[in-house]
Design a protein around this ligand. Structure first.
Ligand SMILES: C[S@@+](CC[C@H](N)C(=O)[O-])C[C@H]1O[C@@H](n2cnc3c(N)ncnc32)[C@H](O)[C@@H]1O
Ligand code: SF4
Length: 398
């Protein structure tokens, strides 16, 4: 069984606590999907003619070598294959990437290695091979437990196929999470209560529950603009959120972040590293990274078109488009943006150490309004605050 409790991540009672050194992670972006879902604005592409996977594999390995040259020796605490749909990657490619990561940077014992998977039968058949390659956690994109809804979301799997894939995942991986999208057009609170109860009965330690967002430039955005997609109003969205929090807490999977719920100790260590401002190297088209180089935190972004990315990496050794040193104010702002999403919130002394200005008058006003809570050195959003998180953060940032 994998080491489920990273040192410094949980205390003996399983309560998540902040870690002074969030570790070092590698993010691998696989940009291909079987079909483009109409709500999605991730860097994901459909290639009906297939891709030259051997060429892409070589490019990933080359880019990993480039990142190793930048970072120097670090101990890897987590790896995340995200997408797109990484479960469309041949297991050989996944194995080669993991092997190269381990050659470049030592992996800590029990390092968390997650792969995002779409739940079609073709992909579920590969789960055993991903496990053999070293993946020890999967995040399955179920999205809904209703066939009509899955069709409306443009998904290519049915509920039955999804549940079957989830069972296969549970057979092969110690740690399995799945994603659902809620607060969907025309969804009622009672329908979501039934669907979420079903989901909680299937959950194995971790669940990601996202409220549907309308992303600019997507087909859903066009439908929404034309009045053909009725989204829940603010009050209704709030009811969905509050009910979700309550049901998950009662089921023993409280939120540790706005959209992520886990049995204490089963939080995604990779996500926590992002939210706790750890360093991570991102490889693959459109990946982002945060690296401390020469003592300063840098934000890196990589070329997003997959074929252009492969060509450039194979020619020049990397396809980094931008690598910018973050100013003190930008680092503290990032900490505020990320940390306020967590149920444990931010450390005010760390925020100040990063150059952030702690505005006690604003904090007191937000506290009086019931939007934030202060506990010792920590500042966190209340349930009401999480519902208007962007404006809470804007007030705190001044
Ligand atoms: C990059 S997608 C990935 C995984 C995989 N390709 C899939 O679709 O199952 C990560 C998750 O983001 C969520 N997501 C994507 N677009 C969203 C949107 N517009 N609103 C809410 N959730 C969204 C979905 O739940 C999805 O599982
Ligand atoms: S939601 Fe997942 S499967 Fe759908 S287009 Fe986005 S990345 Fe691809």
């Amino acid at each position: 069984m994998d080491n489920l409790t990273a040192p410094g991540l949980s205390n003996s009672s399983g309560t998540p606590v902040s870690t002074p050194d969030p570790g070092f992670a590698v993010y691998v972006h696989w940009p291909f999907c079987e079909a483009k879902c109409p709500y999605c604005d991730f860097n994901s592409h459909v290639r009906h003619g297939g891709i030259n996977e051997a060429r892409f594999r070589s490019a990933y390995l080359a880019e990993l070598d480039h990142m190793r040259a930048l970072t120097g020796p670090r101990d890897v605490t987590s790896i995340f294959f995200g997408g797109g749909t990484p479960s469309r990657m041949m297991p050989e490619t996944c194995a080669a990437i993991l092997e190269r990561i381990a050659q470049n940077w030592p992996l800590v014992p029990g390092a968390e290695i997650t792969l995002e998977a779409n739940p079609t039968s073709v992909e579920a058949e590969r789960f055993a091979s991903y496990r053999a390659a070293g993946v020890n956690r999967v995040s399955v994109g179920l999205q809904a437990l209703n066939d009509v809804v899955l069709k409306a979301l443009g998904r290519t799997h049915t509920v039955e196929e999804g549940l079957n894939a989830l069972n296969i995942a549970k057979d092969h991986f110690e740690r399995v999470s799945f994603d659902l999208i809620y607060a969907r057009p025309r969804q009622t609170l009672e329908q979501w209560r039934t669907e979420l109860s079903h989901a909680l009965s299937l959950a194995k330690g971790h669940l990601s529950l996202y409220q549907l967002t309308i992303e600019e430039g997507t087909p859903f955005a066009a439908l929404h603009a034309a009045g053909k997609l009725k989204m829940p109003d603010e009050e209704h969205a709030r009811d969905f959120f509050v009910m979700t929090q309550e049901m998950c807490t009662v089921a023993g999977l409280p939120a540790y972040e706005v959209s992520n719920h886990a049995v204490p100790g089963q939080e995604s260590r990779h996500n926590l590293l992002y939210w706790n401002m750890g360093d991570y190297a991102g490889v693959g088209p459109g990946a982002h990274g945060r690296l401390t180089l020469d003592g300063a935190r840098h934000a890196l972004s990589i070329l997003s078109n997959p074929e252009d990315w492969a060509e450039q990496v194979l020619e020049a050794g990397h396809a980094t488009e931008t690598s910018e040193q973050l100013l003190a104010g930008e680092v503290s702002e990032e900490y505020l943006l990320m940390g306020m999403r967590l149920s444990e919130g931010i450390s005010l002394s760390h925020y100040a150490a990063l150059g952030g200005e702690v505005d006690y008058i604003t904090i007191a006003t937000l506290e009086t309004d019931g939007l934030v809570r202060v506990s010792g050195d920590r500042l966190m959003a209340t349930a009401d605050g999480l519902l208007v998180l962007n404006s809470v953060i804007a007030s705190l940032a001044g």
